[in-house]
Ligand binder design. Structure first.
Ligand code: 6PG
Length: 239
């Protein structure tokens, strides 16, 4: 596990964009494509906005990149709460990614059918290859959730499905989320965490001895991949 700490959220976002570009170059050079699952929420939007800037956008082979989301809120596709909608607004609508390379959760289906449908999209995309994303970006909530794996969630025990639906009481919302087996199969997992409100939980996670279902982010342990934490100083105050 690597931890990289930056003076500001802006510098942490820039580093995240550099990691994206570096991993895209590496994977496209090695196998002709780059499979990434983006995180939701607000933290990654600064990194997405940097990626659409000319200095980055002109150097990235967007048609070789395939976009998924580690979780999605069960809201309308055009809702400002919808993770894929926000990523389109901030990045994907501004770079030449073919629509066929963007795999969104279909929240017009029922939560259970949306999860089944999304898992089918993932299995079809990887075809006979292992279901290993090249990069999964994650964030954390102040209580330690990541993707839509919340404290004491039954999803934490899911070992067969790649994607499952879950009603999140604390958010009064259905979510569709990657499960731990799919996340931990990734070649690289990167947490981007910024802000003083995340300092307490970040300290607990990075000082934890092992997986703790009170803090789901402690269960993010890549089986064969690399784990990178990108923090600003404010979020890193307790480590
Ligand atoms: C989501 C995310 C979630 C997010 C954290 C942090 O759909 O909300 O995928 O896991 O990463 O809630 O969100 P912020 O970056 O907005 O603090």
């Amino acid at each position: 596990m690597r931890i990289e700490i930056f003076d500001s959220a802006e510098e942490a976002a820039l580093h995240t964009a550099l990691i994206f570009k570096q991993q895209a170059f590496k994977n496209i050079a090695e196998k002709g494509r780059f499979n990434i699952a983006l995180s939701g929420g607000s933290t990654p939007l600064s990194a997405f906005a940097i990626l659409k800037q000319k200095a980055f956008a002109d150097e990235i082979s967007w048609s070789d990149i395939f976009f998924f989301w580690g979780d999605e809120r069960y809201v309308a596709m055009d809702s400002l709460e919808n993770n894929s909608h926000m990523a389109r607004q901030v990045l994907l609508d501004h770079v030449p990614v073919p629509e066929k390379n963007i795999f969104t959760v279909n929240t017009a289906l029922s939560p259970a059918d949306a999860a089944i449908d999304y898992e089918k999209k993932i299995r079809q995309h990887f075809d006979s290859e292992p279901f290993c994303f090249d990069l999964i970006l994650l964030g954390i909530g102040t209580e330690g959730h990541t993707a839509s794996l919340f404290p004491h969630s039954p999803l934490l025990k899911e070992q067969n499905r790649l994607v499952k639906e879950i009603y999140v009481q604390s958010k009064h919302q259905n979510r569709i989320s990657f499960t731990l087996p799919l996340i931990n199969a990734a070649h690289m997992i990167t947490f981007l965490v910024c802000g003083k409100e995340k300092a307490d939980i970040t300290g607990k996670i990075l000082n934890a001895d092992g997986a703790d279902e009170n803090i789901p982010a402690t269960s993010i342990r890549p089986v064969n991949g690399n784990l990178l934490w990108i923090l600003d100083k404010a979020a890193a105050a307790n480590i």
